[in-house]
Design a protein around this ligand. Structure first.
Ligand code: HEM
Length: 186
């Protein structure tokens, strides 16, 4: 019980705070993206009490911003290891014998130039499709994959949406040294 509780407290607080902090850092460096998000949020909620886990589901640009922040600032830096089955497995075109530990770090997978155009740029638009739904990219699994994927991902999404929406609804968040952008966003 003690170790499960500590896992839930750590897993349930730090990762999503890191993603929202990452989103804000990039938003501050990209005033047009910030303006787009402010406009979507402020035109959707007449008062702060209208901002709920449910109502924020209907904001596609918010979702695109958070997906892009999850891509560029993946909070789980470990390689999410798995062990190959007894008879081995084909992985990315290579045969890997059984019993071998394999993994890929999120940072490398999410910035792969073969998957994402301009991989180091903060471009929420890459997630928006003309019809409903978000663009999907192979290998993008910020919450892991399969039966041991993140147990808290629905809660994490709700918390990230609420946190960022309420911050943007209430405050004009800007770089105080106007004209400068954080070096890692350029
Ligand atoms: C943005 C926020 C979060 C991210 C990016 C994230 C990501 C992940 C990842 C990558 C894993 C490993 C999955 C795998 O091995 O395939 C994981 C596991 C886990 N996460 Fe999260 N997580 C987040 C938030 C949360 C929250 C809010 C909770 C709970 C309140 C939570 C609870 C857990 C638990 C219990 C596991 C272990 C699942 C298992 O081994 O069966 N996570 N998370």
């Amino acid at each position: 019980m003690i170790s499960n509780s500590s896992a839930i407290i750590v897993a349930g607080s730090d990762p999503l705070a890191s993603v929202v902090a990452g989103a804000l850092t990039y938003l501050i460096g990209e005033p047009e993206v910030m303006a787009h998000l402010e406009s979507e949020i402020r035109s959707s909620f007449p008062s702060e009490k209208d901002i709920t886990a449910e109502s924020t589901k209907n904001l596609p640009y918010l979702q695109a911003v958070l997906l892009e922040a999850l891509r560029l600032c993946p909070p789980v830096l470990d390689s999410m290891r798995r062990v190959t089955p007894k008879d081995g497995a084909m992985i990315a075109g290579h045969f890997i014998p059984g019993g071998i530990m394999v993994g890929v770090t999120a940072y490398a997978a999410f910035r792969a130039a073969g998957t994402f155009a301009s991989p180091d740029k903060f471009l929420p638009e890459r997630w928006l499709q003309s019809d409903s739904g978000m663009q999907e990219y192979p290998g993008f699994h910020p919450f892991g994959f399969g039966p041991r994927s993140c147990a808290g991902q629905t809660l994490a999404w709700a918390e990230m949406r609420l946190l960022l929406t309420r911050l943007i609804w209430n405050f004009n968040i800007r770089d105080t040294k106007s004209g400068t952008v954080p070096p890692w966003t350029s």
